[in-house]
Design a protein around this ligand. Structure first.
Ligand code: ATP
Length: 258
């Protein structure tokens, strides 16, 4: 029989008994999650199910009321977001207004500098920062923004802004990348490229994604955890969860369609 510790070694990120109460209300209640290393794992559920709260707990944006979060064998329950980012658990950047006036290239360079800042700040000559520029160019190429590198972030289309967000996240070389509704607000034309991009970014890493678009979830994700009323409803492949009568009824009770 396989031991529990062997099983745990397959998972990049696990949560046990994760609970978040706001006043007396449990937005997330006693949730267990196991995100297998190298997988693309989705967190889904009807409106108000607790997805965003759960995501914020895992990214350390919110402190849990109860429960434990283990990242690569290390208890990160009491660490701050910046600390877990340094360990390799990174939430995708939202393009902030501060960087809107910077070009796509400059935005990626800022992310690279935050990753390698300590070693680069002592480098004085322009030649010395060339590797940083080369790496920024590579990342932009990887997300299909090579031709947009000199455009201000604010001038990019919505889909390209999200691609830039992924490039800046990849600059931090995350082992686990957490994406909050990467296709939200996108038109059809942008959804397929961003889905391809996430699949490509998943090479060699683990991705956890909160996503409303179930067709994106079905094509992209290996495992799906379904939440309802803050609790774990079920977990499985898309085929398994989408044929689960409890999941169907949870979605029929809300505005979302399965
Ligand atoms: N800061 C807060 N204070 C009080 N209640 C909150 C807070 N944040 C979330 N909630 C409540 O917790 C529940 C879960 O919210 P959450 O945003 O996590 O759900 P969700 O599944 O992400 O929903 P949606 O799909 O609508 O974004 C909701 O009833 C929400 O009103």
């Amino acid at each position: 029989m396989t031991s529990t510790s062997d099983d745990l070694a397959d998972y990049a990120l696990t949560a046990r008994g994760l609970t978040k109460q706001f006043g007396g209300f449990a937005a997330v209640n006693n949730v267990d999650l196991s995100i297998r290393r190298g997988s693309i794992h989705a967190l889904i559920g009807p409106n108000g199910a607790g997805k965003t709260t759960c995501f914020n707990l895992l990214t350390k944006t919110l402190a849990p009321t109860r429960g434990t979060i283990i990242f690569e064998g290390r208890n990160i329950t009491n660490l701050r977001a910046a600390d877990v980012a340094r360990l390799g658990l990174v939430r995708s950047f939202q393009i902030s207004a501060t960087f809107a006036h910077l070009t796509a290239l400059e935005n990626v360079r800022v992310a690279l500098q935050s990753q390698y800042g300590k070693s680069f700040q002592f480098w004085r000559s322009l030649d010395a920062v060339a590797p940083l520029n080369r790496r920024a160019e590579e990342l932009l190429e990887r997300v299909g923004l090579a031709n947009a590198r000199h455009l201000a972030a604010s001038d990019l289309s919505y889909g390209k802004k999200r691609a830039l967000e992924i490039a800046t996240t990849l600059a931090l070389e995350p082992q686990v990348m957490l994406l909050d509704e990467p296709t939200a607000g996108m038109g059809h034309e942008d959804i397929e490229p961003i889905t391809d991009l996430i699949r490509e970014a998943a090479q060699g890493r683990t991705i956890l994604i909160v996503e409303h678009n179930l067709s994106v979830v079905s094509t992209l994700c290996d495992r799906i955890t379904v939440l309802q009323h803050g609790e774990l409803l079920t977990e499985g492949t898309y085929r398994e969860v989408s044929s689960n009568p409890d999941v169907i009824s949870a979605y029929m009770g809300g505005v979302d369609e399965l």
